[in-house]
Design a protein. Structure first.
Length: 295
C-alpha cells in the first residue's frame, strides 16, 4: 500500500538505462507491462480510489477497477492497475551484455583469486592488470570476500516456477505471488522467501508454497513445467552496500541489492560511479560506513 523505497528516483533511471542498453546490444529485454493487483476487501478498494487521485500516486496508478476484469483471476472486488512497471528478461540481458564485453575484449571469465591482489602507491594490481581501484560485486558470495565479510549479510533463497495456464492476459498479476505472462500460455510465477535453506537446489516445499498461492490467485488450472531456485544478496537493513573499505581506499563494494537488483542497480550504479569520480558524496543510506564499527 506504499511506494517502494526511492521509487521516484529509481524508475526513471532504470527505464533510460535498460532502453539504452537495448539500443547498444540490439536486443529486447525490458518489457514494460502493467501490473494488476486484485483487491482483498472493500476497504482496500476505497483506499486505492483515494490514493489514485493524489499527486504522490497518480503517476503510478493507471486505473482502479471496481469489479472483476478477468474471468481467469480471482478478483470479485476488482483491483488496481499499476503503470511504470514490467520485468527484465535477465537471461537475455546477461547474455547480451556478456557478448558486448567479449566483443570489446574486456571480459575475463574465471574465479577471482584474492591472493593475486596486491597494492601499490597508485592503486592495485591483479596478475597482469593494474587499476586505481577494484570494485567487488560478489552478490551472494560476499561472505567469502576477506575484505568485506564483516558486513551483516542476510541472503534469502527464492524459487520461481514456469507454468502453463489457460489465462488470457497481457498484464502481470500480483497478489501473494507474481504471475508474469511470457506468451504461448506460459507464465513465470514466484516467489517465496527462505532464510534457512541457502542451497541453490529447488525444493518441493518451495513449489507447493508457490502453487498454493497461485491457486488462490487464479480461477483456471495450471501445470508446473519447470522450477528454479536462487539466492538474493540481501542485507540486514534491506539497503544496498556501496562504498570503499575503511582501511583500503583502493577497494570498493557494490552489493546488497536484495530482491530489487533490477530496479536498484541503474540508479545506484550511476550514483556510485559519480562518487568514485569525486563528483558527489555517497548517499548515507547506502554507504557501508554505517557498519564501519563492525570491521
Amino acid at each position: 500500500m506504499v511506494k517502494t523505497w526511492r521509487a521516484d528516483q529509481l524508475f526513471p533511471a532504470l527505464h533510460d538505462y535498460y532502453l539504452g542498453l537495448e539500443t547498444l546490444t540490439d536486443q529486447k529485454f525490458l518489457h514494460q507491462t502493467r501490473i494488476y493487483r486484485p483487491f482483498l476487501s472493500l476497504e482496500e478498494q476505497n483506499e486505492w480510489m483515494g490514493k489514485s487521485s493524489t499527486p504522490e500516486f497518480s503517476d503510478y496508478v493507471h486505473k482502479v477497477h471496481l469489479s472483476s476484469c478477468n474471468p481467469g483471476v480471482n478478483d470479485p472486488l476488482g483491483g488496481v492497475e499499476l503503470s511504470q512497471s514490467g520485468y527484465l528478461d535477465t537471461d537475455l540481458f546477461f547474455t547480451a551484455m556478456r557478448h558486448f564485453f567479449e566483443s570489446k575484449e574486456v571480459l575475463v571469465q574465471e574465479k577471482f583469486d584474492f591472493d593475486q591482489l596486491t597494492f601499490n602507491n597508485k592503486g592495485i594490481n591483479y596478475r597482469d592488470l593494474s587499476a586505481a581501484k577494484v570494485i567487488f560485486c560478489d552478490g551472494t558470495y560476499l561472505s567469502e570476500n576477506p575484505f568485506f565479510s564483516w558486513l551483516p549479510f542476510k541472503p534469502v533463497k527464492g524459487e520461481i516456477l514456469s507454468v502453463k495456464a489457460e489465462l488470457a492476459t497481457d498484464k502481470i498479476i500480483n497478489r501473494g505471488v507474481f504471475c508474469v505472462p511470457l506468451g504461448g500460455g506460459m507464465f513465470r510465477v514466484g516467489s517465496n522467501y527462505d532464510n534457512n535453506d541457502l542451497s541453490w537446489k529447488p525444493t518441493d516445499h518451495g513449489r507447493l508454497q508457490i502453487e498454493t498461492k497461485l491457486r488462490s490467485l487464479l480461477k483456471v488450472p495450471f501445470n508446473t513445467i519447470h522450477q528454479n531456485a536462487g539466492i538474493r544478496p540481501a542485507t540486514k537493513d534491506r539497503k544496498p552496500y556501496l562504498g570503499l573499505h575503511p582501511r583500503h581506499e583502493t577497494i570498493g563494494l557494490f552489493n546488497g541489492l536484495g530482491t530489487k537488483g533490477v530496479s536498484l542497480s541503474p540508479y545506484f550504479g550511476s550514483h556510485f560511479a559519480a562518487f568514485l569520480e569525486g563528483e558527489i558524496e555517497l548517499d548515507n543510506e547506502v554507504n557501508i560506513s554505517r557498519y564501519f564499527s563492525l570491521s
